[in-house]
Ligand binder design. Structure first.
Ligand code: SF4
Length: 332
């Protein structure tokens, strides 16, 4: 190893420590690497130093550790350590609204076409259409809903629908509705997940309804440079999200208790609610501000729509993970 070189941790690899251990978030390759507290401290200290000075401080044994992190491509050797500035943590959102969920059931009497148009004006990117099993909606109405999405800004539509409507999603229909990313068929005979030739994820579940209570599992963690930066300042699940349940109540998430008005009240405007400080209050409650989560090594990738409650000047998640260790098992 050339002792005149300097060691640098890659700028897209972030060291995060918590009460439950330490991690390297490798954001370009979307992976987590578990490291010991000692390795965390050492990496923090040797980043930007010359190999010569590192060996002087830690002895020759440190070379094994450096070799390991070079092999894992967490760090690299360079002649010019100052040429790699930190990535800016400033975050900029192109669209006001990122995602929305519309619940549609027998009791639904809001105008979904109008709602979709309003969401489009807010620049909504992701839409989940959740048709309940008891919905008395007709195939024609469903087709009209999709028609309303045709010229929208939407990038992805997830559909949850009783399997009895499967015939709607024909080859021609999927060819025309290329924004559909996934379809979950409720009340299927078997549980199965597959990607069809239109790159639409088809999930078949036996349940008649979707269970909105999420489990905190590794599969729900999200890794990207943008979501990492967002997670430092925002609640990545709730930020810029709006949900309208089957009864027309506007909520931060479909199963939250608190609501912010009902669409049956003609004076309720989606954009007005969406832009109100009351509605946006939980958007900025990042994991760094939530008890337990703030000392968890997964706090910058844990994606959870769970409701939050505030008590004695502290934020808590209503549904948190059982314990750190169970999540750790899922993560490794
Ligand atoms: S819910 Fe659990 S895994 Fe997620 S950030 Fe909080 S403590 Fe960590």
């Amino acid at each position: 190893m050339d002792k005149n070189k300097y060691l640098r941790v890659y700028t897209d690899c972030y060291l995060v420590d918590g009460d439950n251990g330490s991690l390297i978030y490798d954001l370009s390759r979307k992976k987590l690497l578990s490291i010991s507290q000692t390795a965390y401290n050492i990496l923090k200290e040797i980043d930007g130093k010359s190999i010569d000075s590192i060996i002087s401080k830690f002895g020759n044994e440190i070379i094994k550790i450096i070799d390991y992190f070079l092999m894992e491509e967490v760090c690299f050797l360079t002649d010019s350590p100052t040429s790699f500035p930190k990535i800016s943590e400033d975050i900029y959102f192109e669209n006001e609204c990122y995602s929305a969920i519309l619940g549609i059931g027998t009791s639904t009497n809001y105008d979904y076409i109008k709602v979709i148009n309003e969401l489009n004006q807010l620049g909504c990117q992701m839409l989940m259409l959740s048709f309940k099993s008891d919905s008395d909606i007709t195939s024609e109405e469903i087709l009209n809903i999709f028609k309303a999405t045709t010229n929208s800004f939407l990038r992805c539509i997830d559909v949850v629908i009783p399997s009895s409507f499967e015939n709607i999603f024909s080859k021609d229909f999927l060819n025309q509705n290329i924004r559909i990313c996934s379809i979950t068929y409720l009340g299927s005979e078997q549980f199965k997940t597959e990607e069809n030739k239109f790159h639409v994820l088809i999930k078949r579940i036996k349940d008649e309804e979707l269970n909105w209570t999420e489990k905190i599992v590794r599969a729900n963690f999200t890794f990207s440079l943008k979501s990492f930066m967002e997670s430092k300042k925002y609640n990545i699940a709730l930020n810029r999200k709006i949900c309208i349940d089957e009864f027309g109540f506007i909520r931060n998430y479909i199963n939250h208790q608190e609501h912010f008005g009902n669409l049956s009240d003609t004076s309720t405007s989606i954009s007005q609610v969406f832009r109100s400080p009351e509605f946006q209050k939980k958007w900025k409650v990042s994991n760094d501000l939530i008890e337990k989560c703030k000392s968890c090594k997964f706090r910058y990738c844990c994606f959870s729509n769970t409701d939050l409650h505030y008590s004695n000047e502290k934020w808590y998640k209503v549904n948190s993970c059982q314990d750190f260790e169970s999540v750790k098992e899922n993560a490794n």
